[in-house]
Design a protein. Sequence first.
Length: 392
Amino acid sequence: MSNFEKIQSRDKEYVANTYGRFPVAIVSGKNATCYDADGKEYIDFTSGIGVNSLGFCDDGWIKATTAQLSKLQHISNLYYTEPCGELAEILCKRTGLKKVFFANGGAEANEGAIKCARKYSFDKYGPGRSKILTLKNSFHGRTVTTLSATGQDVFHNYFFPFTEGFEFIEAGDIEALRAKSAGVCALMIELIQGEGGVLPVDPKFVEEAAKFCREKDILLIVDEVQTGIGRTGSLFCFMQYGIEPDIVTAAKGIGGGLPLAAVLFGEKTESVLKPGDHATTFGGNPVACAGAAEIMKRLDGEFLSKVAEKGEYFREKILKMPHVSGVAGMGLMIGIELADGIKAADVVKKGIENGVLLLTAKSKVRLLPPLTATYAEIDKGLAALEEALAES
Ligand SMILES: Cc1ncc(COP(=O)(O)O)c(C=O)c1O
């Protein structure tokens, strides 16, 4: 029995089988290179679905988290800790937003944003202005409320009754936004629909929607769970769209591998949630925040422009590969459009055989490499990807 088979057989017996998995057990890694339980090497173009911003086991991140770990691992948000405030200060100063609520994952961050939007409207206008518009084909999480917010019918099954008060408009359809705006407290959008297939939302629509929302006092919530923390070549993707959201949510890459998420509130929303309105036991965990502060310090202008450059490098190389009809996305959030009836899942399977870890997003092969991937790692991974495409 291989080491993998031993790991898999116990897992099969004891771990709830609620998600599909690849037949690989990863045991260690450094930057964008990792190893499975039987010693095979892979280049990682997934970052654990956009989480490991600085790759595997980054020295600075390990130092920051372990230094905090050996002092105080947790105390709850009933008490103050230094890393939580330090991280919040960095986030506010770098985004222009005013206050931060820390949570543990993307869905939970979006729940916080939704609660804030509804309370903002309730406080100002009374009951009945609680509807939230989101985009068709969006993805906002897997809690009952964030499933409701997700604009894909496939997610609206089994778990009835879903939370009321969500309606969907087509990305790009400004008239639909206008037509559906009665009783609406917020518009919640991803700027690049990640799970929906790496689809950037039209900047003109975003600009017009932001303007309309401001005029009508409809809050603009930008879900940056996948696009945030340097992924698209700027600290947050909204910065490239030239808008000023009222609420921004972040998760995945902010913790660099530890569970952490943030809801960033702007001027209108910074004081809406009052003591007792919202909290979470692990929120602002000092170890996760210390690691995140290290990530934020590393993501300076020079680092971010390198992310954009690497993204261009990926695009240029991938466009020349077999069965590729296009490349979507921004920075290191990359969606490969496949031609000739090639299936993304088959490319991912072949990728594993050839030593590269890849993701899918609908019909596309999706890449979310660590932001620190070296050109040597990128070249190695791209060679394996090219082989996988050729064999599919
Ligand atoms: C845009 C977006 N929002 C929310 C989520 C949910 O995040 P989490 O899985 O951390 O709850 C995801 C996860 O893929 C996402 O891509």
